[in-house]
Design a protein around this ligand. Sequence first.
Ligand SMILES: CC(C)(COP(=O)(O)OP(=O)(O)OC[C@H]1O[C@@H](n2cnc3c(N)ncnc32)[C@H](O)[C@@H]1OP(=O)(O)O)[C@@H](O)C(=O)NCCC(=O)NCCS
Length: 193
Amino acid sequence: MNQNTSLEIRDCTALGSEICRELCDGLMQYQASMAKEESHRKILGSMCYDNRLKPSFESTQEKLLLVAFDGERPVGYMYAAASLVTQEDKNWRPSWGKDIPGEVQGFYPDWLPTPVKIGSLNNLFVLPQYRGQKIGLELAQRGMDWLRQLPEVSYLFVDVSEGNNAAQFYSRFGFQHSHSVLGGLIEAYYIKL
Ligand SMILES: CC(C)(COP(=O)(O)OP(=O)(O)OC[C@H]1O[C@@H](n2cnc3c(N)ncnc32)[C@H](O)[C@@H]1OP(=O)(O)O)[C@@H](O)C(=O)NCCC(=O)NCCS
């Protein structure tokens, strides 16, 4: 990170995810605003802290929540999690995904062998006025380092919603395209460990 001495990244996993409520809502709104298709904008716009980060955080055992602070103000965060993916998970579609016409892949690609333990970089967000100070890079790097040292994790995944240009950001870590999720709502990228 740059030489702004009031900036600091802290591991907040033990504190719970509530501290990231506003940041998560900001990320979800940003993602919705970038979507090209109206139907996708609607789906992404319905996502928020209460139906995304909170339930995921509370139902996951192996997780890391890093928060960037400016003094005591949260200004960015990254949520990483490890989980076992089964064939059932691969076939699962959310209720809103069932109306998408044609054969669409879900959150995990058809090519993924199951059961398999994967690590996900789930949320990465820095407030606009704090961008360009390497906070995002450090959050992502520390999340990746943590996921890589977990036992039995075979793949890393990251999701980028439609219209977001963050794929270029992730490609510097070695992520490559995996598949289109639910007809292009999200593009998934992966690294095989
Ligand atoms: C993506 C994001 C987290 C990056 O945070 P940041 O603190 O501004 O990034 P950094 O300062 O660490 O940037 C590091 C490098 O990545 C580049 N970069 C940053 N955001 C980028 C993006 N969206 N696409 C491509 N490159 C990007 C920077 O230009 C910089 O490049 P350099 O090292 O050549 O100078 C931030 O822009 C953000 O919150 N975006 C909105 C939410 C989002 O897209 N999240 C990721 C998808 S879930």
